[in-house]
Design a protein around this ligand. Structure first.
Ligand SMILES: Nc1nc2c(c(=O)[nH]1)N[C@H]1C(S)=C(S)[C@@H](COP(=O)(O)OP(=O)(O)OC[C@H]3O[C@@H](n4cnc5c(N)ncnc54)[C@H](O)[C@@H]3O)O[C@H]1N2
Ligand code: MOO
Length: 395
């Protein structure tokens, strides 16, 4: 059987970061920066007040209380500024440019708040409550490097240096296609032998949580031709495709039957539990990566976390590798098949312990929903006594 690490390595060697494109800032959230963003001007662009108060000369307020005439009023955005001469005060608002001559700002709380003249009750030295030009960023300085994930604060600095559009790697568009003749849309009644489709919801949500765009396609039954038709229809909007089901050893395995003969998708057994049957390859003229995940609900989600998530991160232009693990102490004994890496569902507590949930079958959706971590048991370990240090992956 192929190792988990070898399967991930093959996937990461195949998928490529998406080509950059230029987007309006409003559409750039969740993308990855594909250029260096620099500041054309210093930020702040000019010395400005950090508080509502009075701009004065520090020398004039060395002795307090002192009363000074207020010769001007400057709001943020003011451009006609009167210089502050000796013995003068200018009423100033937060963000307003500090007028020439003034070297300090007295907060309004330290004064009587006067408008014609002001009595200052507390003194301060030069430079109080003044935000200096360039103290955030100098002109020409790089504010964001390529490869940065663009969140709200990153959008803020891009806008803050005056940019309206930015070059990014877009969020991959990922189509999720569940297969199985037994599947019924949730909300509709079940007939005999049927179950509600849950995988396409889990996988589409997992795609979105990874930062890609998830599209849930209509499910298809067990007919390989119908599967290929649906795949063909979906490929126009896909940077990647995830299927669930139809990859094991049964008589009706539409995904394997349809994709196997193409020669560009390999179906293999990976030494893991759950998630042993895996298909991966490329389809269509554009060689779109396709992940053919097993149908058991826990298997498909675990496969997503181990293989698809790193691949989507690489397509986003982000660092990609195996899921991060942390160490915890297991409460209760664990068992694992020889030669396969197990990913048991567990609840990780804040005290650094992890307990396996009840119900470790790969069909046990409710048990999965009660877990917040996967407990990793290496291939060569079959029994883990209670109290042992184990690696866990947070879900
Ligand atoms: N003879 C063998 N049988 C099986 C093997 C094997 O090696 N030899 N492998 C088992 C393992 S491990 C897994 S995992 C499954 C994988 O099966 P498929 O990928 O072909 O998936 P299906 O047969 O279509 O479904 C499996 C299971 O999951 C349920 N399912 C499928 N799709 C959904 C969905 N969208 N939402 C909810 N549940 C879904 C389906 O009803 C089945 O119960 O094969 C084992 N068998
Ligand atoms: O390996 Mo299957 O994925 O156990 O359920």
């Amino acid at each position: 059987m192929k190792s988990v690490d070898a399967h991930l390595a093959d996937i990461l060697a195949t998928v490529r970061p998406l080509a950059p494109l230029e987007l309006e800032l409003e559409r750039a959230l969740g993308t990855t920066l594909a250029e260096e963003v620099t500041a054309p001007l210093p930020l702040p662009p000019f010395d400005n007040s950090a508080m509502d108060g009075y701009a004065v000369r520090a020398a004039d307020i060395a002795e307090v209380p002192v009363t000074l005439p207020v010769i001007d009023d400057v709001a943020a955005g003011s451009d006609e500024l009167r210089a502050v001469g000796p013995g003068h005060a200018v009423r100033i608002m937060t963000g307003a440019p500090v007028p020439a001559g003034a070297d300090t700002v007295v907060p309004v709380e330290w004064t009587d708040g006067g408008t014609a003249s002001v009595t200052i009750e507390r003194t301060t030295g030069p430079g109080n409550a003044i935000r200096r030009a360039g103290e955030d960023v100098q002109a020409g300085e790089v504010v964001l490097a390529p490869g940065t994930a663009i969140g709200p604060a990153q959008l803020g600095i891009i806008a803050g240096v005056g940019r309206r559009r930015v070059w990014v790697r877009p969020r991959p568009r990922v189509v999720v296609l569940a297969t199985g003749a037994e599947l019924v849309e949730p909300g509709l009644p079940l007939g005999p032998g049927q179950i509600w489709d849950s995988n396409s919801f889990t996988l589409t949500a997992a795609v979105r949580e990874t930062g890609a765009e998830g599209f849930r396609a209509d499910t298809v039954g067990d007919d390989p031709a119908a599967f290929l038709d649906q795949l063909d229809a979906q490929l126009v909007r896909a940077d990647a495709v995830i299927t669930s089901g139809g990859v094991s050893m049964g008589a009706y395995e539409p995904v394997k039957e349809a994709l196997g003969p193409l020669g560009t998708v390999r179906f293999e057994k990976v030494a893991m539990q759950p998630g042993m049957p895996q298909g991966f390859g490329v389809v269509g003229e554009d060689r779109v990566p396709i992940f053919a995940l097993p149908g058991n609900p826990v298997s498909s989600y675990v496969s997503f976390m181990l293989f698809v998530r790193p691949a989507l991160r690489k397509m986003c232009g982000l660092p990609a590798g195996p899921p991060e693990t942390e160490t915890a102490h297991v409460i209760g004994a664990l068992r694992s098949p020889q030669g396969r890496r197990s990913f048991l569902r567990g609840t990780l507590a804040s005290d650094g312990t992890v307990s396996p949930v009840r119900g470790q079958g790969s069909h046990q959706l409710a048990a999965l929903a009660s877990a917040n971590a996967l407990i990793v048991v290496p291939e060569d370990v079959t029994e883990v006594p209670s109290g042992t240090a184990v690696e866990v992956i947070r879900l």
